[in-house]
Design a protein around this ligand. Structure first.
Ligand SMILES: [Fe+2]
Length: 270
């Protein structure tokens, strides 16, 4: 959200739409085709069902307005284009209002496989199915509410909860590991890796554990949390999350399972 970017936000025209080039539409088409196949194989069926219900276009970059129309009918959410970089307060404020802030640019062809910052493919292909699933839509809104209610110094802990659930969460399905988070759903390499590789550590979802776990945004995740079902998120009260954030702060962060960068990501608690 707040790190530097080599991409520029696309301007919204007077008609409220963003104009994309043929190259942009071609990039979307390639990404969409590949991820539709992979999500059927590796994502939780709830995601595949939501993607089918959303019926995202396969040959052009969708406008937020057209996705919002479908989302609104399903869960009351919408998506709106924002500049590539927004701060935590804006991000959480929009989530609290059931409006997802979507970066408007699309990745370059040379970064087709991996991009450390969210582009329109990640936002729409990764997040719209999440926002179409009522329990996850509600949890996204609650993350926003927490971000609005808590002082800014707590935002990095809320970011961890968001990261390990909405962005990179896994969920069991008939005894198997399946991808749920938007960061996985929109990434060809990490979608396969998170579900099929024995390399990452996979732990059952635990709120305190998750809040104490640092992450890096620019690598394949060395650790994922796996939900048994969506009830485990729905059952968390805001009061319990706030209590656990205090506890996590007192106890300190776990040792990272990656090599820390010299300058830690600003998403991380300092
Ligand atoms: Fe995201």
């Amino acid at each position: 959200m707040t790190h530097s970017s080599s991409y520029q936000a696309r301007a919204v025209g007077a008609n409220g739409l963003i104009e994309y080039t043929d190259i942009d539409h071609g990039t979307w088409t390639l990404l969409h085709k590949r991820q539709r196949i992979l999500t059927e194989q590796c994502a939780h069926p709830l995601i595949s069902v939501a993607l089918r219900a959303l019926s995202l276009p396969d040959r052009h970059v969708p406008q937020c307005a057209e996705v919002s129309e479908r989302l609104n009918a399903m869960t009351g959410w919408s998506m709106a284009p924002v500049p590539a970089l927004i701060d935590f307060s804006t991000f959480y404020g929009m989530l609290a209002g059931r409006c997802f802030p979507a970066a408007s640019f699309i990745r370059r062809r040379e970064e087709l496989d991996y991009l450390k910052e969210p582009d329109i493919f990640h936002e729409i292909f990764g997040h719209s199915p999440i926002l179409a699933i009522p329990e996850l839509a509600e949890f996204s809104e609650r993350i926003g509410e927490l971000g609005v209610q808590c002082p800014a110094e707590w935002h990095p802990w809320i970011a961890r909860l968001h990261w390990f659930t909405i962005e990179f969460g896994l969920m069991r399905h008939q005894g198997e590991r399946r991808a749920l988070g938007a960061g996985l759903i929109s990434s060809a390499s990490e979608l396969r890796y998170s579900v099929r590789s024995s390399q990452p550590v996979v732990r059952p979802f635990n709120l305190l554990d998750c809040l104490r776990t640092p992450y890096r945004i620019d690598i394949l995740q060395p650790l994922y949390f796996e939900l048994e079902d969506l009830r485990s998120l729905g059952a968390l009260s805001n009061a319990e999350i706030i209590r656990s954030m205090h506890q996590a702060r007192e106890m300190g962060s776990h040792e990272p399972l990656y090599t820390p960068k010299k300058r830690q990501s600003v998403e991380e608690p300092c």
